[in-house]
Design a protein around this ligand. Structure first.
Ligand SMILES: [Fe+2]
Ligand SMILES: [Fe+2]
Length: 279
């Protein structure tokens, strides 16, 4: 049995007061933070999550991106300290970047994500395959990129080709995929506008679906829990986890626990409501 914990969209935040750091898209992100986001991203719950995590007996921790909000060094330091605290519980940790981790072209140029998360991330810009404890293959697909204004994701032809090669080499059996963006733009739980979705999701979806193998696709970005079977490729199950520290009326904070037992798996969403509990 392998117990996988999936957390995503931590959105550690720090308001930027240095005008020199605001000469780009961060100006908008900082304004949004001042007016809205800081009220519902409850980063003071870090300790409560670490305590909960210590009781979960996780075999592996997957982090689906958006660890930061406007990708400043200050936010990255908070996120890295949190990940280091979770690493004390000995479960391997794998991370993929979200669009907020590459919020500005400057953050990409300075390789901030790579410099803070070192060998926990995929080779910058390239998909990566590894084996989880228990032997199930894990495919990490980069889907985030910086944008001038939108929150759109993307996967290039080169990245798709590399993903295809990894899929061909993967051992048989169920596959877990970790990415930031969902491959399904709309479900009963969320609806992603054109400027917020993965640009060429269909190409990735087809590539995965045409393998004909069972795939559990884990994503974030939409900030709500959902669990659905792909109507076109029914061997793909997609799970999106809630934003870890959220506290919004219809968007409580959450994470997902997945228990894999041979070819079977069970998915348990956890939610924060005066403490962590799962349904
Ligand atoms: Fe997010
Ligand atoms: Fe995102």
């Amino acid at each position: 049995m392998t117990r996988v914990i999936h957390i995503t969209d931590l959105h550690f935040w720090r308001i930027v007061r240095n005008p020199l750091l605001l000469c780009n898209k961060r100006m908008l992100g900082n304004l949004n933070l001042l007016l809205r986001r800081r009220k519902y991203v409850r980063q003071e719950r870090v300790a409560a999550f670490i305590e909960q995590f210590s009781t979960l007996n996780a075999d592996v921790l997957l982090i689906g991106g958006d660890l930061t909000t406007t990708a400043t060094d200050a936010e990255y330091k908070m996120a890295a300290a949190f990940v280091d605290a979770l690493a004390r519980y000995d479960a391997p940790i794998y991370i993929t970047a979200g669009n907020h981790d590459l919020y500005t072209f400057e953050s990409l140029r300075r390789k901030r994500f790579e410099s803070y998360f070192g060998d926990r991330i995929e080779t910058p810009g390239a998909p990566r395959m590894t084996l989880l404890p228990g032997g199930a293959p894990l495919l990490i697909v980069p889907t985030a990129r910086p944008n001038f204004l939108s929150s759109r994701g993307g996967i290039t032809k080169t990245q798709l080709t590399a993903t295809r090669r990894l899929l061909e080499q993967a051992p048989d059996g169920p596959l877990i995929v970790l990415a930031h963006y969902p491959i399904l733009p709309c479900t009963d739980a969320y609806r992603s506008g054109l400027m917020r979705r993965l640009g060429n999701a269909d190409a990735l979806r087809r590539l995965l679906g045409e393998t004909g193998r069972p795939i559990l696709y884990l994503a974030g970005h939409v900030h709500v829990y959902s669990h659905i079977r792909d109507p076109l490729f029914p061997k793909i199950e997609q799970v999106t986890s809630a934003a870890l520290f959220y506290e919004k009326e219809r968007h409580p904070g959450g994470f997902t626990e997945i228990v894999c037992d041979g070819p079977e798996h069970t998915v348990y969403p956890w939610e924060y409501c005066d403490g962590w509990r799962h349904s």
